[in-house]
Structure formats: structure tokens, C-alpha cells
Design a protein around this ligand. Structure first.
Ligand code: NAI
Ligand SMILES: Cc1ncc(C(=O)O)c(C(=O)O)c1O
Length: 309
């Protein structure tokens, strides 16, 4: 039974995750190597809790449902049933965290990585008890998106996977179990196939970024929230998919490297919202509006999809 969770890394993903777990009645300790990130995460709790209220995810009847922030790694992980590693997507940074916590946790502690796609089989080579390591891939924003991928590495015990799956279910969230530990797992393989194609279409000057966003959000995206892609094959008809894919598949983008458009923006320091410019430009006022605006819409859609509105 998982009662105490430690979250390591409080950047984009950690704070929302901490708020959501605390709402599930677990004791949450949150740690980051950066004092600035810790402070920012602390300040984000009120916003995240407001969103959770709007989603109708109630605080437990007992317990504070609060997050305990700490700048001491050992204090965060000691006595934890589950440690969720949430540090940048670089194997060497993740490996150094596993090495640090190895002597601080018990043999029973489960270590989960929120990696976007580094195979768990690779990551578990850096920890002394690989049978207790598992992939637990949340989706951004983690306090709103209910699906979590669960990935078993070659050395992960079946029991570890089952414990995490049951824990996710007990929070009222949706675990999706992968049968194989493939790079990018499933969610990001699908997303990155889409992103490769849209970047290519913009690069080939087939369409403007604003127009492809309208096309995908109001065409495919809106529909996919209600009809999953495999069900969509049945809705469209296998004969249609057969005909179209027979001439279209060979024309789809299949580049193996990172697209020049993305490399150019990276080299210019245009990273998106975090630097004020990426595909689009953002004023500080627009940045302040965007997150609550998107959260409000995602909450409204989720409530409808769950049949609550
Ligand atoms: N950003 C996204 O949309 C998603 C990211 N992920 C994955 O989650 C993980 C974290 O991603 P983000 O939150 O986006 O990263 P981020 O870069 O926003 O935050 C990472 C945090 O880790 C901290 N950190 C760095 N080294 C550390 C260490 N040794 N000990 C403790 N803290 C340390 C940093 O100070 C920073 O606050 C990555 O593996 C990423 O691929 C998963 C789902 C979605
Ligand atoms: C661009 C991008 N890359 C990775 C992820 C992830 O799930 O790891 C996301 C996300 O939305 O969660 C993403 O948008």
C-alpha cells in the first residue's frame, strides 16, 4: 500500500503531480535541487488546488492533503513507499539521482520515472534494486490529464507494476499498461509521429502554423477525445483506411533526424513560452493568461467527457 510519496524535481511536471497526489490522500514530500524551483512550486499549489476543485476532486476527509516541500533529499525520500523521479530528460542526470537515493531508501521502496521515453530497461541499470523500478509516465498538465502510462523494464517485478497500476486506480486515474518497453512508450510515439508530420508540412510551406493548429484541434483532436484512434478506424471503415493508406503512407514524412525548423529555433534560443518565442511570439501578459485559460477549457471538456456536466 502506497501512503508516502516523494517527488524529485519540481519543474514543469512535479508541482501539479504533487498537488494531485495530495488530493488522493497520500503524504507527499517534494524536493528540487534548485531553491528557485522549490519556491515556484510552493507558489503553484494554490493554482493547482483551484483547478482540482473545479474538477471536483475532493480533498480526503482525513489528513491535510498538503504537500511538504524540502531542500533535503534524504528528508524527502526517507520512509517513502514510492519515489517519483521527475528530473530533466537526460539519462546521466536521472542516473545521478538514482545513485544518490540508493542508500537512502528501503529495499521495498518503488522508484518510478516520469521519463518521456527513455526505456526503463536502460534506466534501471543505474539502481541497485531494478525489480522495484518502473516507468510512470504522466501527461502535461499532470493534475488535469487522467491517463498515466505504466512501463515494465526487463528487470521490473510484475508485483511492482501491479502495485503502481492499483495505486493509480485508487487515485481515480487511468493507468495504461504497456506490454513492451519501447522508446517513447506509446503516448509519445503517437504524439511525435503527429509532430513530425505537422512540422514537415509547415516547412514544406503547405500550411501556416495557425491553420494547422485549427485543422488538428477542431478536426482530429476534438474527435479523438471522444473516439480513440482504433475505434476511429471502425468509424471511418477499414476499406477507406486501406485505400488512403495505400497511396498516402509512402508520402508521409519519415525523416530520422530533428527537423531544420526545430534546430534553427533551438539555436536561436526560441524555446516557446519559456523564452517568449517559439513557433509563435508571446507577451508576458499573454503568457500569464494562457495557463489558466487552457486549464479552464481542459477542465470543462473533461467534466463533459466524464458525464459530470
Ligand atoms: N514537460 C512535459 O510536458 C513532460 C515532461 N515529462 C518528463 O518529466 C521529466 C521532468 O520534465 P519537466 O518537468 O518538463 O522538466 P523541467 O526541466 O521543467 O524540471 C526539472 C526539474 O528538475 C530539477 N533538477 C535537476 N537536477 C536535479 C537533481 N539532481 N535533483 C533534483 N532536482 C533536479 C530542476 O531544478 C528542475 O526544476 C522529464 O523526464 C520529462 O521528459 C513527462 C511528461 C510531460
Ligand atoms: C512535446 C511533448 N513531449 C513530451 C510530452 C510527454 O508526455 O512526455 C508531452 C506532453 O504533453 O506531456 C509533450 O507535449
Amino acid at each position: 500500500m502506497i501512503k508516502r510519496v516523494a517527488i524529485i524535481g519540481l519543474g514543469t511536471m512535479g508541482p501539479g503531480m504533487a498537488a494531485r497526489l495530495a488530493r488522493g490522500g497520500v503524504e507527499v514530500a517534494a524536493y528540487d535541487i534548485s531553491a528557485e524551483a522549490l519556491e515556484r512550486a510552493r507558489n503553484m499549489m494554490a493554482t493547482a488546488n483551484g483547478v482540482l476543485d473545479a474538477l471536483g476532486i475532493d480533498a480526503p476527509a482525513e489528513g491535510a492533503a498538503d504537500v511538504r516541500f524540502t531542500d533535503d533529499l534524504e528528508d524527502a525520500v526517507k520512509g517513502a513507499d514510492l519515489v517519483i523521479e521527475n528530473v530533466p530528460e537526460k539519462e546521466e542526470i536521472k542516473a545521478s539521482v538514482y545513485k544518490q537515493i540508493d542508500g537512502m531508501i528501503s529495499a521495498d521502496t518503488i522508484v518510478a520515472s516520469d521519463t518521456s521515453g527513455i526505456p526503463i530497461t536502460k534506466l534501471q541499470a543505474h539502481i541497485s534494486n531494478p525489480s522495484r523500478m518502473v516507468g510512470m509516465h504522466w501527461s502535461n498538465p499532470p493534475h488535469i490529464i487522467p491517463m498515466i502510462e505504466v512501463i515494465r523494464g526487463e528487470q521490473t517485478a510484475v508485483e511492482t507494476v501491479e502495485t503502481i497500476r492499483d495505486f493509480i486506480r485508487s487515485l481515480g486515474l487511468l493507468p495504461v499498461l504497456l506490454k513492451k518497453d519501447v522508446p517513447g512508450f506509446v503516448e509519445n510515439r503517437v504524439l511525435y509521429a503527429l509532430l513530425r508530420e505537422v512540422v514537415d508540412l509547415v516547412e514544406r510551406d503547405v500550411i501556416e502554423p495557425e491553420d494547422i493548429d485549427t485543422c488538428v484541434s477542431w478536426g482530429i483532436g476534438y474527435k479523438l477525445a471522444v473516439v480513440g484512434p482504433m475505434a476511429l478506424l471502425d468509424m471511418a471503415g477499414m476499406d477507406i483506411y486501406h485505400s488512403v493508406s495505400s497511396f498516402l503512407n509512402e508520402d508521409l514524412c519519415d525523416r530520422k533526424d530533428v527537423a531544420p525548423l526545430v534546430r534553427k529555433q533551438m539555436d536561436a534560443g526560441k524555446l516557446g513560452i519559456k523564452s517568449g518565442e517559439g513557433v509563435y511570439s508571446y507577451t508576458p501578459e499573454r503568457i500569464a493568461e494562457l495557463q489558466p485559460e487552457r486549464a479552464r477549457k481542459l477542465v470543462a471538456i473533461r467534466r463533459i467527457l466524464e458525464g459530470r456536466d
